[in-house]
Design a protein around this ligand. Structure first.
Ligand SMILES: *Cc1c(COP(=O)(O)O)cnc(C)c1O
Length: 409
């Protein structure tokens, strides 16, 4: 169908799956009279921890806050460096700057667009000689919901005495196959592998609380530090002060903390979303499979590669790539053509070395990141969310096929 005759409403790139259940839960929380962090947040943390199999889970008001608290707890401060992929959202890197620390950007694996362990090793070797600050941690980003090669990353971290803080904004729920020494062989859930894992409940993520995030970690000292810094550096949290038998006005300030706690209004929505997470995942996986099948015989586009180490892909994003040699148009025009056919898309990500701040602050060049620079020109994120009907999926498939037919070489 040509765009000029298509009268169907525009299909958005993303829509949250929230409905009457979330509305009822939020209304109940508001009526209870307890709005800020309280018993609903404690329940959300406990249920999230149980689902992931994590020792500790701390609710916060964003994944960015989670990473800031995590880096602080790991002792990442002024002048230190943390290795992370250049293929990520700016939040991953900006929280380093909050602490006066610096990113050590690493290029990605062409197949998965996750941090490339071999290039990570090379970057760490170079960092040992370049006179920059000491590298203290690695921050893998599980891009699109596909877990990184955690066996390789954990081995590198162990060999060099580095901490691991995972940006799992895309990866709930996710599982990765691990076999290496020090790890129990088998499928490991994202949230139980590195020292700290940060999740996002932003409006477009796999489950949402509007804004929100969760931190998981194993070590009680890390959990304690993050809990205190989450709420102003207060030695007791507000719920504890409310319910405890000791005087509720008595507290101490042990550091200059932050205001990163999650409200009970958000947490109650999170509890409903947790209960629906498996159903959401199944819906996204079905859409991914439908796209894979539909594009299998279109050599003009590449479907996402699922690594042999991936045992559970969250399918937060479906990132297809155009094959420029087979098309007369580039990625930007491809997106414009889909848009003209009523299909919303996005691009994940514009790599950070192409962003003004990061490029100028660290004197970065596309030559330093050949994979990210090249793949950026080819990626298109297609709609993938549970509210899409079979008709919506068919419409995306038809639009992609139609654009390919109109513009193939
Ligand atoms: C969304 C996102 C974040 C930030 O999550 P917030 O909850 O909005 O702070 C961090 N990293 C990546 C890779 C993201 O996509």
């Amino acid at each position: 169908m040509s765009s000029s005759t298509d009268t169907r409403p525009f299909l958005p790139f993303a829509l949250p799956s929230v409905g009457e259940e979330e509305i009822a839960a939020v209304a109940e929380a508001i009526r209870s009279g307890w709005l800020t962090t309280g018993v609903r947040t404690a329940k959300f943390e406990a249920e999230f921890a149980a689902m992931v199999g994590a020792e500790n889970a701390l609710a916060v008001n964003s994944c960015t806050a989670a990473m800031h608290l995590g880096l602080d707890a790991l002792g990442i401060g002024e002048g230190y460096r943390v290795a992370l992929p250049v293929w990520t959202f700016t939040a991953s890197a900006e929280c380093l700057r909050y602490l006066g620390a610096h990113p050590l950007f690493v290029d990605v694996d062409r197949a998965t667009l996750n941090i490339d362990p071999a290039l990570l090793e090379a970057a760490l070797d170079r960092a040992g000689r370049d006179g920059g600050g000491p590298v203290r941690a690695i921050m893998p980003v599980h891009f699109a919901g596909q877990p990184c090669d955690m066996d390789s990353i954990m081995a590198i971290a162990r060999a060099r005495g580095l901490r691991v803080i995972e940006d799992a904004a895309h990866c709930f729920p996710g599982k990765v196959r691990m076999a290496g020494p020090g790890a129990e062989p088998g499928d490991r859930t994202i949230g139980t592998i590195g020292d700290i894992t940060a999740f996002s409940f932003y409006a477009t993520k796999t489950i949402t609380t509007g804004e929100g995030g969760m931190i998981t970690c194993r070590e009680p000292e890390l959990a304690r530090r993050m809990k205190v810094m989450r709420l102003h550096g207060i030695s007791r949290d507000v719920w504890d002060r409310y319910t405890s038998k000791t005087a509720s006005w008595r507290y101490d300030i042990i550091d200059a903390g932050f205001k990163y706690n999650l409200t009970d209004i958000a947490s109650t929505m999170g509890l409903v979303q947790l209960g629906r997470a498996a159903e959401f995942l199944a819906a996204r996986a079905r859409i991914a499979a439908a796209y894979d099948a539909a594009f299998a015989d279109l050599p003009e586009v590449e479907t996402p590669t699922v690594a042999s180490t991936t045992s559970l892909h969250s399918w937060h994003l479906y990132v297809m790539r155009i094959v420029p040699e087979r098309l007369k148009i580039g990625r930007d025009a491809f997106i414009a053509e889909l848009n003209a056919r009523g299909v919303g898309t996005s691009v994940h990500f514009i790599p950070l070395h192409l962003m003004t701040y990061w490029r100028q602050r660290y004197d970065l060049s596309p030559r330093d990141f050949p994979v990210a620079s090249g793949e950026f020109e080819r990626v298109v994120s297609l709609p993938i969310y549970p509210r899409m009907t079979e008709g919506d999926v068919g419409r995306v498939v038809d639009a992609v096929a139609d654009v390919v037919r109109a513009h193939r070489c």
